[in-house]
Each structure stands twice: as structure tokens, then as C-alpha cells.
Design a protein around this ligand. Structure first.
Ligand code: SF4
Length: 368
């Protein structure tokens, strides 16, 4: 059966409408996506090739591995080296830091294991009650919700959490508000899967406070193009608003159960984003009721923030995640830095812009 979200006629019609609306606006436009999965759709389906000249689709800070602070990874490495079993999603193992990498620690004999879901971590801890396990959780709301759900069950004593969990909208607001994204943006594609959890309403702040049009988008080519067209409509009508292209899954107030779980388990506080720095109200940390499962308190690991050393020399990740540079503007792109041997964090994860651009080409080929 044909996938209507990849239908050629619909794609052509949306692309034509985008071009018409862009011409009517009569100036260059910059629209940022803040989700690696959107960047992947744009690159994989070569959607940039359908855009009129002057309409830029800019990858933003949408990859949790790319923005995970070096000191958070350093703490995970320190825990692994002191004999605790560290459980992590696989891509994080390859991120290089000034403390080495989790992969290096594993090579030196530390017990670092890959998990595929937070549930795997709990199961590992239950199976070996004589060992201490730490789940190193780096991710956005889509990871935070299932991690919070672990604590709704009986969490064994030998299990604790090293959180590098983050909230997306507050960080993007800081970038937009603080003017840290180079270009003045004309619109945002909001991440559909994050909004399934937190609701479209979490992105209302952008039109309301910054007159910036936002469309919540799914991940098929028709989803992305339809959301872009919604943004173009708002720009043409000179009325910033919040559109929800992904209404088949995203409710205005999200998933109430998941939000309640997160609110029960986590407190919101300032968090450090690699390449960006500290962002108010953008990190999730265990509440006091769960402090005995807080790995930082339990094992006394604490490495101070140090933004100035956070990016390997020559790497432009700090500019790529802010939408200030495209991946192929980095001198190391596909030379010293490749998917097989990533030098900077944006080349490691499948959600990193450098990884995506390397995998799918410079994303300007016309596929349809
Ligand atoms: Fe960093 Fe590699 Fe991307 Fe350059 S190509 S910005 S070194 S991740």
C-alpha cells in the first residue's frame, strides 16, 4: 500500500505552494529545525532540492549526543573507572572528550555496557544484585519520559541514574532570545516526537513572546513540507502562530501520564549544553525523594563546567549546533572527521548534523 506521506503528487504540490508563497514574501527566509530526525528527513529525501533559492533550512541543536556536556561524559567515565557498571546508549560511547571516551574506558577494562532502552538498564541491575549499575541517560523529553517511568516501579538499590536529560524548548528559546543563533530566524520546525510528550503548547512561547512562527512536524517528507508550508503561510499573513502538522499524534497538552511521571521524578534546573553553555530551566535532575538513586550524590562524582575546552580544536560543532555553520563548512568534514572515525560529537550520532550530511550527501540533490 502506498505511503501517503511519501506521495509524489502531494510532495510536488506542497513544494509548488512553498515556492509560490516564498515568492510572495519577496525576501530570503531562514527556518531552523531543532530535531535531528527532521534534519535526517530533509537530507534523506533531499528536500532542500525542492526549496526556492533563498529559503534556507538550517539544522539546529536537535541532537542530544552533540549537546551532551563533556563533564557529564567525564563523570560517566570516572564512575566506570571506579568499578561501577555504566549503562549507556551506544552512540555515546564514541564521543571523544578531554577525559577520553566511554569506549576507551571499556578498552581499559571498565564495565561499560550498551543498552537499547531504559528498561534494559533496570533489568541488568535486577539480574546482578551484587553489582552497582549506573544508567547514563542523555537525551531529550523522549528519553526522559521512559526513564521517569522506571522510578514508578520498584527500582533496585543497586541502580542509580546519571542524568544528562534536557528540555528542548527552553534551550531554543535561550538561543533565539539571546541572539546566539547567528541568523535572525523566520520560523521553527518543532520536534513532533518531543511534542507527543510535552504537547504542542510547550512551543507556544515562540509566537507569543518572540513573534516567531512554529509548526510542529512529523518526520515523513510530506510532514516536513506541509509544516514548512504552514510556516510560509504565517509569514505571508504576517501573523506568527503555532501550527500542528503532526496532529495525528500530538495533542495540545501532550501525554498527560508521561508528563505526570516526569514531574513526579524530576526537578527542572539549569543545565549545561555542549557548545552552548548553561541554559536556565533546561535540565532534568532527580528530585530529593530519589536522591539515593542519584549517581552524582551516591558516588560523589562532580566535574565542573568548562565551556571553553568543550569542543575539540578545529571542530565547528559549536557553530553547527547553533545553526551558524553548515557541516560541510568545517575543514575537517569527511577528512579528519568521518562517520567511521568521528572527531567531533556532531559526527557521532545518527541525529548529528555532520553525520547526517556525510551519510546522505550535502543534502541538495533532487530526489523527487
Ligand atoms: Fe566537528 Fe567533525 Fe562536524 Fe567538523 S565535521 S564540525 S569536526 S563533528
Amino acid at each position: 500500500m502506498e505511503n501517503r506521506y511519501r506521495n509524489r503528487k502531494t510532495i510536488d504540490a506542497l513544494a509548488a505552494s512553498i515556492r509560490r508563497r516564498f515568492d510572495a514574501v519577496g525576501r530570503g527566509l531562514k527556518i531552523m529545525n531543532v530535531c535531528g530526525s527532521h534534519e535526517r528527513s530533509i537530507a534523506e529525501w533531499a528536500l532542500r532540492g525542492l526549496m526556492p533559492e533563498g529559503l534556507e533550512l538550517i539544522p539546529g541543536p536537535g541532537c542530544p549526543v552533540c549537546v551532551c556536556a563533556e563533564h557529564d561524559i567525564g563523570e560517566a567515565i570516572a564512575l566506570a573507572k571506579q568499578g561501577v557498571t555504566v549503562l549507556s546508549f551506544g552512540d555515546m560511547l564514541r564521543v571523544r572528550t578531554r577525559y577520553g571516551s566511554l569506549m576507551d574506558a571499556h578498552g581499559e577494562g571498565a564495565d561499560v555496557r550498551i543498552i537499547y532502552s531504559p528498561d534494559d538498564a533496570l533489568e541488568a541491575a535486577r539480574k546482578e544484585p551484587g553489582r552497582e549499575f549506573v544508567l547514563f541517560a542523555a537525551g531529550f523529553e523522549t528519553t526522559a519520559a521512559p526513564v521517569a517511568a522506571l522510578f514508578a516501579r520498584q527500582v533496585p538499590d543497586n541502580f542509580s541514574l546519571l542524568t544528562a536529560l534536557k528540555l528542548t524548548a527552553p534551550a531554543v528559546e535561550t538561543l533565539v532570545l539571546g541572539g546566539r543563533a547567528t541568523q535572525a530566524l523566520d520560523g521553527l520546525l518543532a520536534p513532533g516526537h518531543v511534542c507527543v510528550i510535552v504537547g504542542a503548547q510547550d512551543w507556544e512561547r515562540f509566537p507569543a513572546r518572540h513573534a516567531l512562527p512554529v509548526a510542529v512536524a512529523g518526520f515523513e517528507p510530506v510532514d516536513v513540507l506541509a509544516a514548512l508550508e504552514m510556516i510560509l503561510r504565517m509569514i505571508g499573513g504576517e501573523k506568527a502562530g503555532l501550527a500542528n502538522e503532526y496532529a495525528r499524534y500530538v495533542k495540545p497538552d501532550g501525554n498527560k501520564s508521561a508528563r505526570a511521571l516526569m514531574e513526579n521524578v524530576f526537578r527542572v534546573d539549569q543545565a549545561f549544553w555542549r557548545a552552548v553553555g548553561s541554559v536556565e530551566n533546561s535540565g532534568l535532575f532527580l528530585k530529593d525523594a530519589y536522591r539515593r538513586h542519584d549517581a552524582r550524590l551516591r558516588y560523589g562524582v562532580c566535574i565542573e563546567d568548562s565551556a571553553d575546552q568543550d569542543i575539540p580544536k578545529g571542530c565547528l560543532c559549536h557553530r553547527v549546533v547553533l545553526g551558524q555553520s553548515y557541516p560541510n563548512e568545517c575543514a575537517l568534514f569527511e577528512k579528519k572527521c568521518t562517520i567511521m572515525d568521528p572527531f567531533g560529537p556532531c559526527m557521532v550520532s545518527e541525529e548529528g548534523a555532520c553525520h547526517i550530511w556525510s551519510r546522505f550527501g550535502a543534502a541538495v540533490k533532487r530526489r523527487f
